[in-house]
Design a protein. Structure first.
Length: 675
């Protein structure tokens, strides 16, 4: 297939066909006396024609692109056109029209230089035909002069068109680059204040708030993160369309990525009274080579689109994998199915439209193709839609035992009125090796508990699943504890919002709470803790002792500096703040820091220049890791930072988890070097 994209290869195939047709046409003319040419002359000519074409084809297979070969082939094509005209009827032969074909073909494929060469040899070849013409009349003279003017003026006209086309292309490219630069600069300007908003919201969520304040804060957090993702999409879209968006692949856990993304988007789904259920099969890998940022962006765009265009009962996500022929590669699939709203924006075909409504689907499709995957749209019926994502991932060899030691052969009772949610809980419990009893009825739940007590075999854990219509948790738990006298641990699977005030007291008799959509890892750890605990009392392990580090934050934005300071100080570290590169260099001379977080764009001395100066001056001193902070999330920006001597690169807005990873990676190295 790649050969068919090579214009020289295509030309050679056309040349072979032309050689055969030329032989048939001229030999027929000789046979019927139309052409005064000897047959052996034609045969020798065809031998030469075919031999060159065959040799040229072999050279293309060996060297796919060659500039000298193109020029030689151009001269050969004009020569064969001239000779074919000569042995047929001279200037009146239809072969002279091939001159125009050669003009257009070579000039449009290879450029103006080939047009100039084609013009010179065409005029030379046609002049030869004029000089060898034996019979002249007025009509022949007029036609010859007209055609000669045509082959002289046509290259000039084509040259003018190509020049205009090149200018238009350059202008369009310049406009596109200006647009990309404008978007990048705007994103930088917007990301800086958004970083402050996201950081302050995160810090505020760790303070004591009442129920209403938590709900307001949750809405603010969702909106700020949604705005942040929209900004990222705007910046990346132009790069995605050109296929120039770089991939930063490393071994990572796609299960954790899907779990965290689904939990962050679930509240948006609940606002529309839709359920968001996610099941990740045990075949789905835990460590594969992926670009986590792009995969998260891809899935986020797709799920947000489904939430916006979906309706009750909700969305179902299914992730699984099947073994490929090779041991380290997996064919993985992620399916997202939903019931779409009726209306103008409804998907009516399996092709992605060019409307603004379908922009998330276009981004998803292009990102999937960039990651060597496949994106499919299936219309199950008029309203039911399923999106399929297929990838072939390289996995790291892993030996994961999903079944926990304390959960083997234990009995669990599952109650959930939502069929999809209950089935997912059943499948996860089966993976954990539990014996399962499941029901969707209130009376059946109580009957199962009474039966287990009468058999003197109480359930090891009871899982109560919340629903959008809100079951009466208080009444149900009171019946289990006070009327039936069941002391089995209760696990409450609920949604990401505070319980109603009337139900708050019921949580005192609930030993653990997990958030829907249920994650296998969280379910496993929670059940293991409940089943293995000697009593119903939660035993929390003591926190590990943490090393106190000295950290410098070089950041000119007061809010962003305050957010980073609060995160690091809250972890127990000593933190200093510098507002520009000059102040940062002064502080680094006075004190040894285990880590420096350096903003790239600061007044006086920027982060790049400050890092270069420090690297040139720190010889003989302990090495100081410097991590860049910037709102420009581009590969060029990252390369510029690393070239200046920085060790890593963080994109604003930064969060607590990012800082913890940086501390784990670089600060401990600095401590070892210093000691």
């Amino acid at each position: 297939m790649e050969k068919l994209k090579n214009p020289e290869f295509i030309q050679s195939l056309i040349r072979l066909v032309t050689c055969l047709l030329t032989y048939l046409y001229i030999s027929s003319g000789i046979e019927y006396g139309y052409f005064p040419t000897r047959y052996d002359t034609l045969v020798n000519y065809i031998y030469v024609y075919f031999a060159y074409t065959f040799i040229n084809l072999l050279s293309i297979l060996w060297i796919p692109a060659s500039t000298p070969r193109r020029y030689v082939t151009l001269v050969f094509d004009i020569s064969t056109t001239t000779f074919s005209s000569y042995i047929s009827v001279g200037v009146d032969s239809f072969y002279v029209l091939f001159y125009i074909w050669i003009y257009i073909a070579y000039s449009t494929r290879y450029g103006q230089r080939y047009l100039a060469v084609a013009a010179f040899f065409t005029v030379t070849g046609y002049s030869f035909l004029l000089f060898t013409e034996e019979s002249w009349n007025l009509l022949t003279i007029v036609e010859s002069i007209a055609f000669l003017l045509l082959i002289v003026t046509l290259p000039m006209y084509l040259h003018t068109l190509q020049k205009r086309l090149m200018l238009s292309t350059q202008q369009a490219q310049s406009d596109s680059e200006a647009k990309t630069e404008f978007l990048s600069n705007m994103a930088y300007q917007i990301r800086t204040p958004i970083g402050g908003v996201v950081g302050m919201v995160d810090l505020l969520s760790k303070t004591d708030l009442d129920m209403q304040q938590k709900q307001y804060l949750q809405s603010l957090s969702q909106s700020s993160h949604a705005l942040q993702e929209i900004i990222d999409d705007i910046v990346d879209f132009s790069h995605i369309e050109k296929g120039s968006l770089p991939l930063n692949q490393h071994y990572s856990n796609p299960r954790s990525l899907i779990d965290s993304l689904v939990h962050s988007l679930a509240p948006l789904c609940y606002e529309k009274n839709m359920d968001l259920n996610c099941f990740i099969d045990e075949s789905f890998p835990t460590t594969v080579m992926i670009d986590t940022q792009r995969l998260r962006q891809l899935l986020s765009n797709l799920i947000r689109y489904v939430i916006e265009h979906g309706t009750e009962p909700g969305i179902y996500i299914n992730a699984y994998a099947e073994k490929n022929n090779t041991a380290q590669n997996l064919n993985t699939s992620i399916e997202i199915s939903y019931l779409q709203l009726s209306g103008d924006n409804q998907l009516v075909s399996e092709q992605i439209s060019n409307t603004s409504e379908a922009l998330p689907l276009r981004i998803t499709s292009q990102l999937t193709r960039l990651m060597n995957g496949l994106f499919e749209i299936q219309l199950k019926d008029k309203n039911r839609v399923q999106f399929n994502l297929h990838f072939n991932w390289q996995q790291q060899e892993e030996h994961t035992d999903v079944v926990a030691h304390f959960t083997q052969d234990k009995r669990v009772l599952i109650y959930d009125t939502n069929d999809a949610s209950r089935e997912i809980l059943e499948k996860y419990c089966q993976q954990l090796g539990l014996k399962i009893y499941a029901t969707s009825g209130h009376d059946n739940l109580l009957a199962h508990i009474i039966w287990s007590i009468e058999k003197n075999s109480p359930f090891d854990t009871i899982i109560l699943g919340d629903s959008q219509k809100r079951i009466n948790c208080h009444e149900l738990v009171m019946q289990i504890r006070n009327e039936i006298k069941c002391n089995s641990p209760i696990l409450y699977a609920t949604y990401l919002h505070s319980p109603d005030p009337a139900e708050a007291g019921a949580l005192q008799d609930v030993q653990a709470t997990i958030i829907k959509p249920v994650s296998l890892n969280i379910l496993k750890s929670t059940l293991t803790r409940l089943i293995s605990a000697p009593t119903l009392t939660d035993i929390n392990p003591l926190p590990e002792k943490q090393t106190t580090l000295s950290i410098l934050i070089a950041e000119d934005n007061e809010i962003n500096a305050s957010v980073a300071y609060s995160y690091l100080a809250g972890m127990g570290h000593n933190v200093d703040i510098a507002t520009d590169g000059t102040t940062a260099l002064y502080a680094m001379h006075k004190h040894h820091y285990h880590l420096v977080l350096m903003d790239v764009y600061m007044p006086n001395t920027n982060g790049i220049e400050a890092t270069k100066q420090w690297r040139s001056m720190e010889k003989g001193k302990p090495y100081t890791p410097i991590v860049a902070l910037t709102a420009k999330a581009t590969s060029e920006e990252r390369a510029r930072c690393l070239k200046a001597g920085m060790d890593d690169f963080l994109t604003k807005p930064i969060n607590e988890n990012q800082l913890k990873k940086v501390l784990d990676t670089y600060a401990e190295q600095a401590i070892r070097r210093a000691s």
